[in-house]
Design a protein around this ligand. Structure first.
Ligand code: HEC
Ligand code: HEC
Ligand code: HEC
Ligand code: HEC
Ligand code: HEC
Ligand code: HEC
Length: 418
């Protein structure tokens, strides 16, 4: 039947197009940016230099202290990057527009790395290229689909934009082919009908008299198949995006009862975190300061401000200030600040982001199990700790890799789960 032939043709078109698209995508993946290497040894070397020098501030698929580095070799030329990584401050001060813009965003200088040789930096960038192509792990995929992490969001937006473009293009081609076929069929039918003397067999006659019927096409198996496929892709993508962000509260920044600003107190006035979060070096919990701690200063500072009056009221009524909790792990998990801050020597910013610039605190990290585990796989133990002396000798005897949290049992379920 004609309709069958048409839908068959559609199927072939789609197949052809998807082959073209996928080979196009692979093309992009197998190439290397000019100057970078695909050699496994170079990539491995780059990884270890990165771990030793850059990891505390950067990740490939995640913004930590500095920007995420996925694709960075496409954002700037390799020589520019080598120069910037060696002398970031100089490049920023020279007025380079791109660098100045970065600095405005991150408000922090990256340290000089002039001790690195060019080929070492190329190795780092080659590793970054390799990781970029591998794509983010599950944990960072979730971050990509979360609502507020702007840079990752734009990344996932690019992905879904691409998907939209591909689907849109396919639909467009379908419609175009449909129209052309329709015109062809009508013209041919007209032509044959006008011509006398053409003898048609029974079958051909039937063929001819069959009207070009849009309804038939719409209900034909081929068309329904294609429509269902497109629909499933759409729904699947939406559901997946949604699933990855279930229970993930990254970016959560509730209104607080008093307009307390970390930017002002911890940033501008540079009050130490421990001054208020007294438990952070000795306890499981960091603690939220009581109104008394505020009063150390505010019995004299800004006493007439309505916001400060709220502190006085809380004390008068003997009621704690009802701060809204921002970070909240489920009860089944165990997290200890002292272990991470004091023993592990991890900066607050690594997990909480740039608090000193936050007017309102927001949840910076995913706080998923994948996030904890990921860091435990990557982070080296501070072995200047007596407690680890024996362990590190044992570890050194069996492995050349530095000792990481995973090596001391940081991936064992019972360490994090009661
Ligand atoms: C102490 C934190 C810190 C360390 C360590 C660090 N960086 Fe950075 N990096 C930053 C910050 C912050 C920026 C943003 C620019 C600025 O404000 O100076 C940045 C920017 C960059 C950029 C530009 C990113 C872009 O989006 O164009 C590259 C590339 C980079 N860093 C690579 C490295 C490499 C490679 C290392 C290790 C050899 C490293 N960084 C170590 C903090 C750091
Ligand atoms: C002057 C006291 C003070 C200082 C200094 C201070 N904080 Fe806070 N912090 C608070 C108060 C009050 C809250 C609760 C209100 C809020 O969330 O803004 C809080 C909340 C937080 C939270 C969110 C807690 C939650 O509910 O999950 C984090 C994280 C945090 N602070 C980190 C820091 C870090 C990191 C520093 C140092 C750079 C710091 N704070 C310095 C008073 C302080
Ligand atoms: C170490 C001293 C210090 C501590 C402790 C402190 N503050 Fe402040 N706070 C200041 C200073 C200084 C200012 C800025 C005053 C100004 O703008 O003149 C300020 C400003 C404020 C303001 C803005 C007031 C306004 O109307 O502009 C609020 C709100 C505030 N603090 C809340 C708190 C709360 C809540 C706490 C306890 C969790 C606290 N502060 C603890 C020093 C402190
Ligand atoms: C290794 C990651 C990590 C580091 C480093 C870290 N925190 Fe936290 N912080 C968390 C997690 C996870 C929670 C949520 C804990 C919970 O819900 O039980 C949290 C919660 C908090 C809270 C809310 C109150 C509480 O104790 O649950 C405050 C305040 C806080 N952190 C302050 C700090 C300060 C200040 C520092 C640096 C001195 C710091 N944190 C370093 C991961 C970290
Ligand atoms: C930024 C990196 C980082 C993140 C994120 C992180 N940890 Fe850790 N964690 C460490 C380091 C480093 C140590 C080792 C500290 C030490 O030397 O004992 C550690 C140790 C631990 C230990 C003790 C392990 C042992 O064998 O003694 C537990 C439990 C733990 N972390 C739980 C968590 C949980 C739960 C989370 C997520 C909510 C988390 N950590 C997130 C870096 C991290
Ligand atoms: C480094 C710490 C850490 C280790 C090790 C760890 N978990 Fe978790 N796990 C967490 C945290 C934190 C959460 C809560 C994450 C969230 O709320 O999204 C969690 C959540 C879970 C959940 C989901 C509960 C829910 O609310 O959906 C299960 C199941 C789980 N863990 C099982 C395990 C098992 C099994 C192991 C051992 C193979 C393990 N975990 C090892 C930190 C850890």
């Amino acid at each position: 039947m004609l309709t069958k032939k048409i839908s068959c043709f559609f199927l072939w078109t789609i197949l052809g197009l998807s082959i073209i698209f996928s080979s196009y995508a692979q093309d992009g993946a197998s190439n290397s940016a000019p100057g970078l290497s695909l050699d496994a040894a170079v990539i491995e070397k780059g990884k270890s230099i990165f771990t030793a020098n850059c990891q505390q501030c950067h990740a490939v698929h995640e913004q930590i202290v500095g920007p995420k580095l996925a694709n960075v070799y496409e954002r700037q030329s390799i020589p520019w990057l080598i120069n910037f990584i060696k002398y970031p401050q100089k490049v920023i001060e020279s007025g380079d527009a791109y660098a100045v813009n970065l600095y405005k965003q991150y408000k922090q200088f990256m340290p000089n790395h002039d001790f690195l040789k060019d080929d070492e930096i190329i190795a780092i960038l080659s590793w970054i290229q390799d990781e970029t192509k591998k794509g983010p792990s599950v944990a960072s995929t979730a971050s990509a689909s979360s609502t507020t992490d702007a840079p990752s969001k734009s990344d996932s937006a690019i992905n879904s934009n691409l998907l939209m473009i591909v689907i849109g293009l396919l639909l467009f081609v379908l419609l175009a082919v449909l129209t052309v076929m329709a015109i062809l069929v009508t013209t041919l039918t007209k032509y044959i009908n006008q011509r006398e003397g053409i003898t048609l067999s029974e079958e051909d006659r039937e063929y001819l008299e069959q009207r070009f019927d849009i309804k038939k096409i719409l209900t034909s198996q081929g068309f329904i198949g294609i429509a269902t496929a497109v629909f499933i892709i759409f729904v699947g993508k939406t559901v997946l995006d949604g699933l990855f962000s279930i229970g993930v509260q990254q970016g959560y920044a509730p209104d607080q009862p008093i307009k307390f600003s970390h930017k002002l107190h911890a940033g501008y006035y540079d009050i130490q975190c421990q001054y208020c979060h007294t438990g952070v070096e000795k306890d499981k919990h960091a603690n939220i300061p009581s109104a008394n701690i505020c009063m150390n200063c505010h019995n004299a500072i800004k006493t007439t401000s309505p916001e400060i009056q709220k502190i006085y009221q809380a004390i008068e009524n003997d009621q704690p200030i009802q701060w809204v909790r921002v970070h909240n792990l489920p009860d089944l998990s165990y997290f200890n600040h002292a272990q991470h801050v004091k023993v592990g020597k991890i900066e607050c910013e690594t997990c909480h982001g740039d608090i000193k610039n936050m007017e309102v605190v927001q949840q910076h990290s995913l706080l998923t199990m994948g996030w904890c585990i990921d860091c435990h796989r990557k982070t080296e133990i501070q072995t200047d700790n007596k407690y680890y002396e024996k362990l590190s000798t044992i570890h050194a005897a069996s492995s050349k890799e530095p000792m990481r949290v995973e090596n001391i049992g940081g991936l064992e379920c019972s360490k994090c789960h009661y």
